[in-house]
Design a protein around this ligand. Structure first.
Ligand code: ADP
Length: 476
């Protein structure tokens, strides 16, 4: 592995998790071993000390009952019974000098500790000592005990068996630990890989998306863990981004298409006039048509800008106290002649004052767009009714109802999109931005606009606005 790859590997979450797992496992195993080791050695030592004390007490009894002469024989017998390499006995004067002992050939390196003898004489009943035999590497546990005034017993017991047991224990521990650490590392690596595999899948998907394939999704398992939740959130985000990108693409296609048509018309007119037009009147007609098309274009561009500004809340709306009923009545007055020309009966039902805080010009424009549509899409002989009232939550409700061509169920969810026009209304003039603007204005006033419609039976647009409360924040 190259050093760069090695560095990358060392920085991976899986590697670090494994390291932590193996490290914590090793440390806790060592602590457990140390505790166990300390416990075992102290139990063994205690047992040895008890044995030494019991021997000292037997010596005291023999001394008291059978006298000093019998004690030497007793020592030899005891040493033989236990094994001369296992225990030794020495009887000492207060000076520390030995006056009797068992066979000391095996124990010749063990002397008498004067300090221990002194302490026994000063009143301490027994003193324990541990001596390490350098040549054999064994430990010997030694007891100094006062048997009678002026007679001190030194008894020693080899700890060779204990040392062997502890050595075996240590060897077993090291072997087991090496195996267990290897196992812990393997298990840790497996678990860490499993944990991060979900994150890796998300990273791979994100990489593929950054290379341009927006339709990819992260596979979601059924575990319902944090990684699954992350994957689901990531997929939801992708759904939304894909939808937005599609919308932006559709919108830019629509804008390009809608800008192209008038420009193509202007160009065609100018070309025809240039090649065939001779009289001044032809040029005057061309100029008039060009102005008309340019006005249409400007209107479209201005409306698009207004929708964007209203949706983003860049321009603060006016916060005047206005009467929605009054605005509805004056809109009806304004559209009266147009309704009459189209043979449509226009009625207004907004008798009582309906106060609200908002931008009067924008509210007028919203109502005007709905009224314009209602009259435009209602054949001669139909009716359009504008009404203003209050609902049970005390919100203001303005409705524009017509008996016109209606909107099909499949078109209904899309009519508020920019540039969307239903097929049956394409014969009428329009650019498909009126309802988008109306909805942006309603929302900027913390309100909403909804529609119900039936094909060939008519439509009802309903605007709901909070009454008399200043608009806190403009939201799109
Ligand atoms: P347009 O300039 O085309 O009227 P709008 O955004 O105002 O654009 O409306 C979008 C589309 O919704 C219209 O093209 C039309 O198909 C449909 N629509 C709107 N209002 C009505 C209505 N009152 N009756 C029938 N169809 C309507």
């Amino acid at each position: 592995m190259s050093s760069k790859k090695m560095l990358r590997f060392r920085n991976t979450l899986a590697f670090r998790l494994t390291l932590w797992y193996a490290g914590i496992f090793t440390i806790s195993s060592c602590v457990a071993f140390l505790l166990f080791y300390t416990l075992i050695t102290s139990v063994i030592r205690e047992r040895t000390d008890q044995e030494l004390l019991s021997q000292a007490s037997q010596f005291s009894t023999v001394l008291a009952t059978r006298g000093l002469a019998a004690i030497e024989d007793f020592a030899v017998l005891e040493a033989q019974a236990a094994g001369v390499k296992k225990v030794f006995f020495r009887l000492l004067y207060p000076t520390g000098q030995a006056f009797a002992s068992t066979n000391m050939a095996y124990w010749k390196n063990i002397g008498v500790r004067e300090k221990a003898v002194g302490e026994v004489l000063r009143g301490r009943r027994q003193i324990f000592d541990t001596i390490v035999l350098r040549d054999r590497g064994d430990e010997v546990r030694v007891l100094y005990a006062l048997l009678a005034p002026g007679i001190i017993l030194q008894v020693g017991q080899s700890m060779e068996n204990t040392s062997r047991f502890i050595d075996a224990f240590q060897g077993m521990f090291v072997t087991t630990m090496v195996g267990l650490i290897a196992l812990a590392t393997g298990v840790g690596w497996f678990m860490a890989r499993r944990a991060v595999s979900g994150v890796e899948a998300i990273t791979r998907t994100a990489q593929n998306i950054s290379e341009g394939s927006l339709e990819q999704r992260v596979p979601v398992k059924t575990a319902g863990d944090e990684i699954d939740q992350l994957a689901m959130t990531f997929n939801q985000m992708l759904d939304r981004i894909e939808k937005l990108v599609t919308e932006v693409k559709e919108m830019s296609d629509n804008i390009a298409h809608d800008l192209k048509s008038p420009i193509t018309r202007i160009r065609g007119l100018a070309e025809v006039t240039l090649t065939t037009g001779k009289a001044l009147g032809d040029y005057e007609n061309m100029t008039a048509s060009t102005i008309e098309e340019c006005d249409r274009l400007l209107d479209m561009i201005n409306t698009m800008l207004l929708i964007s500004k209203t949706e983003s809340g860049v321009d603060k709306l006016a916060q005047d106290k206005i009467d929605l009923s009054e605005i509805a009545r004056s809109a009806c007055d304004l559209f009266g002649p147009m309704a009459e020309d189209n043979g449509v009966i226009l009625t207004c039902d907004a008798p009582s004052p309906s106060p609200l805080f908002g931008d009067p010009r924008m509210i007028q424009r919203m109502l005007a767009n709905l009224l314009d549509n209602a009259i435009k899409y209602t054949p001669s002989g139909g009716t359009v009714t504008v009404s203003v009232s209050e609902n049970e939550k005390k919100d203001l409700v303005a409705t524009v109802r017509d008996t016109g061509i209606g909107i099909s169920e499949s078109d209904l969810p899309r009519i508020f999109e920019r540039f969307y026009r239903c097929d049956q209304s394409r014969s009428k003039p329009g650019i498909g931005l009126g309802l988008s603007l109306a909805r942006a204005i309603a929302r900027a006033h913390q309100g909403e606009i909804t529609v119900t419609s039936r094909l060939n039976q008519g439509s009802t647009f309903t605007i709901t606005l909070p009454s008399s409360e200043p608009t806190k924040e403009k939201t799109a």
